[in-house]
Ligand binder design. Structure first.
Ligand SMILES: [Fe+2]
Ligand SMILES: [Fe+2]
Length: 215
């Protein structure tokens, strides 16, 4: 059953433009959900199916930026679930978790499974993976690595839509405090400590490059 769902995910996301959110992200989110559920509880079947299918609407959103991939994923999921023989009584819980997986929607999900999926989704963009995915996404959108004269935004507003480093500074370094579950918060804090060190190293290298020879 789950293999069928995973194969559907691969058919939809493999070989499509992903800008860093490729099929491996969905597989890691599934694994993170299983890890979090071990400590926090939740329905394993609902979580695994929701994690595998949560981003299948991304190719549609990539084609039409006005579309919401959470809505599209939730619309596509029931057919895949019924084709896989997934228990029909659990389909609404999967659809709900998918619909509410975007933390940026500002809605606090009602179910434990939806909260765990939100946590796992953001946990996967924290730490080293978060930096890697940010640079991949920024490259796909032709964004700059950092602001040329004020890389750390000491004298300007952060602009994560224009500079990859700004996205890390404004969003990724603050992910731990947005986690719903204790387990996810602890994991995010550990990953973010690495990201802090990465930014420190990056800033040092940028500063050295910008220094004049006679300084
Ligand atoms: Fe998503
Ligand atoms: Fe995701």
């Amino acid at each position: 059953m789950m293999k069928h769902i995973e194969n559907s995910l691969r058919n939809i996301l493999e070989n499509t433009p992903s800008a860093g959110h490729d099929v491996t992200h969905s597989l890691r989110v599934r694994d993170l959900c299983m890890h979090l559920a071990h400590a926090e509880g939740g329905d394993i079947q609902v979580l695994e199916a929701a994690a595998l299918l949560h981003d299948i609407g991304r190719p549609a959103e990539f084609r039409d930026p006005a579309a919401d991939h959470a809505v599209i994923s939730a619309q596509l999921a029931p057919d895949i679930l019924s084709g896989a023989g997934f228990p029909s009584r659990k389909v609404p819980a999967v659809v709900y978790a998918i619909q509410h997986h975007r933390y940026s929607s500002g809605v606090l999900p009602d179910t434990l499974e939806a909260r765990i999926l939100q946590d796992a989704d953001r946990l996967d963009i924290s730490g080293a993976l978060g930096a890697a995915m940010t640079f991949a996404y920024s490259g796909a959108l032709n964004r700059n690595l950092y602001h040329s004269s004020d890389p750390l935004a000491e004298h300007r507003q952060l602009d994560g839509d224009t500079y990859a480093l700004d996205h890390i500074l404004s969003k990724l370094l603050h992910l731990p405090c947005s986690m719903h579950t204790v387990t996810a918060r602890m994991m995010a804090e550990e990953r973010t400590r690495f990201l802090d060190r990465f930014v420190e190293q990056l800033a040092g290298e940028i500063t050295l490059c910008r220094r004049q020879p006679d300084e």
